[in-house]
Write a new protein. Sequence first.
Length: 401
Amino acid sequence: MTDVMEKMSENNDVADYRAAVSGWLDENLPAGFLSDSPTFADPGTEEIRDWERRLYEAGYSGMTIPRAYGGQGLSFDEHLIVNQEVGRRALPESVNSIGKEIISTILMAMGTEEQKRTYLPGIFSMKHIWCQGFSEPQAGSDLAAVRTKAVRDGGKWRINGSKIWTSYAQRADFCLLLVRTGDPADRYRSLSLIIVPMGTKGIDIRPIRQIDGSDEFCEVFFDDVLVDADGIVGEVDAGWSGAVSVLSVERATNRMYRGWRFENELRHLVSVCEAEPVLKVRLADSGTAAALRALSTDARVVQLYAEKIVAMIREDRSPGPIGSLMKLHWSEAHQRLADFALRLLGAQVPDPSPALMAARRRFQTIYLRARSESLIAGSSEIQSAIIADRFMGLPKGRAAQ
Ligand SMILES: Cc1cc2nc3c(=O)[nH]c(=O)nc-3n(C[C@H](O)[C@H](O)[C@H](O)COP(=O)(O)OP(=O)(O)OC[C@H]3O[C@@H](n4cnc5c(N)ncnc54)[C@H](O)[C@@H]3O)c2cc1C
């Protein structure tokens, strides 16, 4: 039992809290939302947005943000419990996790009082969807190469340049944009973070069709876009530290449900195979059994990283490179799970059941999506470089900055 679990078992309040979250989710889940059910009906953005709004109203999002800014004013322990219960159910991905988990954290750390009061409540109530405009065609892993420029123009900033891979840009109300405000030769001390309303004149958003048929991310072009000076988050030219902390949040506390969703996927896979005689035989194969054991260990490892991160935050310690360890392990293991599931479910089965057809659809989507998981939020090579530098103390390379 981990420290976290010991504390939880000592505390009846924790068990009550978990039961309340679990009960609320079961009672309020919209029909067709669970992708491990044969009745799954892929919900659209507005349905998910409405679901997330209800989740907030019930007290289950914005967990660690103070009430004054629209959050629940609770701790990462409650945040973890909600994530565990969400992860145990095959729920759709949030359409505003960038706002709820990344932008909110950066505004709490670097934003002015006015920015916090203005922007945070709308994020959790789902009034405003946010996107994160960091990556550019020549600046992905190496964000210090960002070229999109912002120059002072009276009381405003004038922005020119382009971003790529900007998730949800076409649906977003605001973007937290990383821009060059100083001398490009000073790579790390000439970047700033600025809030850009996405309806501003001069913004051209072009969605990119992905391999799974979705258009989650976009190219975004900025042509003489004028933004209020009070949109700067933190100090001018000091956006690099903000960008780095956004990325470490992205790895550590964002989407903490992943280890429990991994377990849900594994359970789903096994239960579908057990119900189909042809697949049940394959489950008994020693190679398949060994692969399943390895994958359930992977799920537990990712869960333990999340629990460790929460324990460290509780003790006021920085999770440091643990977020990179978790992200690397999860994305690589999730690709192995997706590959394994497709091979197993792809066997010829006479007269496949609706449950098997649903599982095939689910794992096909997971397989295609998993291709991007070793890239999003920092590639596996970049995570490895961070671990080599900060965990193992090996000589620092450029990627580990
Ligand atoms: C689904 C998805 C959603 C995304 N959403 C967003 C978003 O909302 N906002 C946003 O700003 N960005 C987003 N991104 C972009 C993501 O952060 C970048 O794809 C990522 O940082 C890698 O940058 P890149 O694609 O330019 O690849 P590159 O940096 O060009 O890297 C290409 C390859 O080279 C390797 N490499 C690069 N540098 C090094 C090095 N120094 N050492 C070793 N290997 C190296 C990389 O590991 C990778 O394998 C998203 C990406 C995906 C796939």
